[in-house]
Design a protein around this ligand. Structure first.
Ligand SMILES: [Zn+2]
Length: 276
């Protein structure tokens, strides 16, 4: 298979707007495939290779679009730049890398979109093809894994590109669509493999409780005859908490200590106030 045999592959290298040339560095130095999201919503007028080219030329003053490939929500793969160029998409990683951008805003605290199944399939196939095509290709990383970009939520946290390229690939595509926390009608739910979870779940080493409808609970809950307290972010509290002016002690497993003696070490601050 060649690039041109990828489903919905479109070569626009000759037609896409340019305003100069990116430096040619050859393909032997290319050992990294960097994944981006466009951070623009899917379906917006400017969420296209042409739109990104306009921004990169007019706003950034670059010779053209920064990405070698743009993957549209319908799975179309636009080939925008030759693979031997150093385009400006990942700072110090530019020389050694090829940049691919999936159209969408995949930030939980942004538009919280997710790649479509078509985009995931296209990325999986394109990535595989780049390893065949480029002799020294050896890793695929997200933009935020490039040195200097750890602050950047790219390619977004609503999906896991590693699952996609690891070849869970297309089978994982539909699962990836619903994974983790999702807010619906101002209630929080937690998805695994596309299914709403219920009961206790652990996420990033914290416990949460989801009722039988999957809704994340906050405040006091009674579970198996024991009381637990869930913070306003849903995470289970331990240790001393204050609620409506009273102090409570929650064991390390979260259950409330009742009718028992608890030993809490208090620390006096500079102002004399005691805290656990
Ligand atoms: Zn990026």
């Amino acid at each position: 298979m060649a690039l041109k045999d990828l489903p919905k592959y479109r070569d626009i290298r000759k037609s896409i707007r340019k305003n100069g040339e990116f430096p040619i560095v050859g393909t032997a130095v290319k050992d990294t495939h960097v994944i981006h999201h466009s951070m623009t919503k899917q379906g917006l007028q400017g969420s296209t290779p042409e739109g990104f080219a306009n921004t990169h030329i007019d706003k950034n003053g670059w010779p053209g679009i920064a990405y070698a490939f743009v993957i549209m929500p319908d799975g179309t793969i636009y080939h925008c730049n030759n693979l031997d160029l150093r385009t400006f998409h990942a700072g110090d990683t530019n020389t050694r890398s090829i940049g691919t951008c999936l159209v969408g805003d995949f930030r939980k605290d942004g538009a919280a979109e997710k790649p479509t199944a078509e985009q995931i399939e296209a990325l999986y196939l394109l990535n595989k093809e780049l390893y065949k095509l480029l002799p020294n290709m050896k890793r695929t990383i997200g933009h935020q894994e490039c040195p200097g970009y750890s602050w950047k939520n790219c390619p977004g946290d609503t999906w896991n590109y590693k699952d996609v390229i690891a070849g869970k690939g297309m089978a994982a595509a539909k699962q990836t669509v619903l994974e983790g926390w999702k807010k619906e009608n101002s209630k929080w739910y937690f998805y695994e493999a596309g299914k709403k979870q219920t009961g206790w779940i652990k996420d990033k080493s914290r416990w949460y409780y989801l009722d039988s409808a999957g809704v994340m609970k906050t405040g006091w809950i009674k579970y198996k005859e024991k009381w637990y307290y869930l913070n306003t972010d849903g995470s289970m509290a331990t240790g001393v908490i204050q609620d409506k002016g009273k102090l409570y002690y929650l064991n390390q497993n979260g259950s409330m200590a009742a009718d028992s003696k608890v030993n809490v070490i208090l620390k006096a601050g500079k102002d004399g106030a005691l805290t656990p």
